[in-house]
Each structure stands twice: as structure tokens, then as C-alpha cells.
Design a protein around this ligand. Structure first.
Ligand code: ZN
Length: 169
């Protein structure tokens, strides 16, 4: 009985360890953060459409709420969308579809802005990292910046060449 308990405890610890390994992987964390940002962005965008964009649009479109725009297949006229749907008629709620398309376009644009912004930040960071190597002007190999003789082609590197190299960087 005691040994069984020990075994179970060991197994739980093993599972915990492997889960920790899995969860602490950098890519997992990045995916989780990405999903959180994605859902936050989509919440903001859907609010933008519902609360900011649609009201004036509804005013322009003769006071009809955009999300309640629909088209019924056939000649029957229904008092409301609910009545049409309840009767089992084929109802195209194209207003909802247009909303979805607009929300997709805005979400894609916002995500594009975020991605390009992060890309720019990364580029700046890369530039800050000063290169420790230079190119040998004779054989084009990467050699240490302070080298006075190339390790590959044994050419002597004069100060003038070093200066030119630094200017090129
Ligand atoms: Zn060389």
C-alpha cells in the first residue's frame, strides 16, 4: 500500500517535470503570448466595429442596424429577422458577413502594424550589436577585427585597409 502511494507520487512528479519542460520552452511561451495578444486585438476590433463604426453607418443607411441587414430567399415578406428565421425560410444575414469581413480587414491591418513594429525594433537591436569580425579585403573571409594578418590567406592587413573596412561597415 505504501509503495503504491510512492509510485503514484513519483509518476505525478515525472508528469510535472515534463510539463514544466514543455511549458518553459521559449516557443511555447511565444505562442501563448501571441494568442493572448490576438484575442485582445480581436476584442478591441469587434468593439470598434460594434460601438464606433456601425452606429454612424446605421444612421446613413436609413437607421437600420448593419448587423440586422438580411435578405430572404423567395417572395415572402417577414416583419423581422427573427420571424423569417423562425419560419424556416432561407435567410442571408449578409450584414453579419460584411461585419466579419470588415473585422477581419481591421484585425489583419492591426496585426500587420504590430509585426512590422516588432521587426523594426529587432533590426535596431541587431544594429546595436557591434560586429566583432571584419572581412579580409583579399580573400573575403571573416577575421577578428583587431587582426593584423589574415588567418586564411596570411595577407598582411595594414592600418589603411582596416580603416577602409571600418568605413564599409
Ligand atoms: Zn585573407
Amino acid at each position: 500500500m505504501k509503495e503504491e502511494k510512492k509510485n503514484i507520487k513519483q509518476k505525478i512528479e515525472e508528469v510535472g517535470k515534463s510539463f514544466k519542460k514543455f511549458a518553459l520552452k521559449g516557443s511555447m511561451l511565444e505562442i501563448a503570448i501571441g494568442m493572448m495578444i490576438g484575442s485582445a486585438v480581436s476584442a478591441v476590433v469587434s468593439s470598434l466595429i460594434k460601438d464606433i463604426i456601425n452606429p454612424p453607418l446605421a444612421k446613413i443607411l436609413s437607421g437600420v442596424d448593419f448587423s440586422h441587414r438580411y435578405f430572404v430567399l423567395g417572395k415572402n415578406n417577414f416583419e423581422s429577422l427573427e420571424a423569417a428565421q423562425a419560419s424556416g425560410a432561407v435567410v442571408f444575414t449578409y450584414g453579419n458577413f460584411i461585419n466579419a469581413v470588415i473585422s477581419f480587414l481591421i484585425t489583419a491591418f492591426v496585426l500587420f502594424c504590430i509585426v512590422s513594429w516588432v521587426g523594426k525594433l529587432n533590426k535596431k537591436e541587431e544594429k546595436k550589436e557591434v560586429s566583432k569580425t571584419k572581412k579580409c579585403p583579399f580573400c573575403k573571409s571573416d577575421i577578428d577585427k583587431s587582426a593584423t594578418r589574415c588567418a586564411f590567406c596570411t595577407s598582411e592587413l595594414k592600418k589603411q585597409i582596416t580603416f577602409l573596412n571600418e568605413k564599409q561597415l
